[in-house]
Design a protein around this ligand. Sequence first.
Ligand code: NAP
Length: 320
Amino acid sequence: MKNFSLTTVELSPLADGEILVRNHWMSVDPYMRGRMKQGDSYVPAFKIGEPLEGGCIGEVIESNNDRFAVGDQVLGNLGWREYWNSDGEGVQILDPELAPIQAYLGALGMTGMTAWVGLKRIAALQPGSTVFVSAASGAVGSMVCQIAKANGCKVIGSAGKDEKIQWLKEKAGVDAVINYKTTDDLSKELGKLAPDGIDVYFDNVGSVHLEAAIDHMKAFGCVVCCGMISTYNATEPASAPRNLFKVIGKRLRLQGFIVRDHTTDREEFLRDVSTLIRDDKVVWEDTITDGLENAPKAFIGLFEGDNLGKALVRISKEGQ
Ligand SMILES: NC(=O)c1ccc[n+]([C@@H]2O[C@H](COP(=O)([O-])OP(=O)(O)OC[C@H]3O[C@@H](n4cnc5c(N)ncnc54)[C@H](OP(=O)(O)O)[C@@H]3O)[C@@H](O)[C@H]2O)c1
């Protein structure tokens, strides 16, 4: 927490073509951890002394731009602050009819789309497949589980708390769930639950989970490499997976992806997931932390398993 500071600054007066937005919600996401260290990455590191960035939803309170009206709810990338102004580039006006507005940071936003892209575009999911998902009750994982179920798959999830296991079984309709923190041997447990093997492993965690999945992948299966959260705070290289050689004999495909490379799929994703929501095939949870000053706590909580579903920070209660 000592690495964060809360600061008040004056915004510059609104120029021609600009909008002023008051943030109501912001997202905390594991990828932000990668921006807190120097090194090779697909996104540049945050700069010390400058505000952090990230997904946010707010309301236009002043507009000098014809595309936006006062009162519009918008999605932007200037979270971690209460107000921002912008020329509107990259800012999307949201439809508040379909779902509560904060869903555009979760099920209908970046994390929901990550789940959809990983299954549809990377794994080319087929009905009848057996899908294993790690961090299964999180923002991405919970959507992966339900999209896979809605596409006629058998789904096995892994999570680290009993309340998460219960939610996955009772609310998300997952077929079987492992509490990886209480099991002695994740690979053995997975083998029991998927005796015929796994077609698709959706990896959110890496290391021991990836090793267990490789042990039980079917020949020609696909590992969707979405994230490896177990390694993000590590100071030493991971000690697993130790069985990568099995990728050859099993002719596996391991494919990484970054959701923002798939912006052209956004309309199809929104159509698909909106239909699932209307048909009651997708539900979700938000774990809400109140107050911008508590955003660091919400962010750190991602690495301690504090969140069920999407971790959000409510910056202002007027957004509800
Ligand atoms: N490729 C992309 O474009 C893309 C986009 C978005 C997200 N991602 C990745 O997707 C993954 C999930 O992101 P999310 O936003 O949905 O986060 P999330 O799953 O909502 O939250 C993180 C969860 O990870 C689990 N976790 C934390 N440390 C762990 C560890 N050491 N071992 C096992 N599990 C651990 C915790 O759940 P438990 O209680 O179950 O441990 C925690 O609640 C992350 O790896 C993220 O980097 C990738």
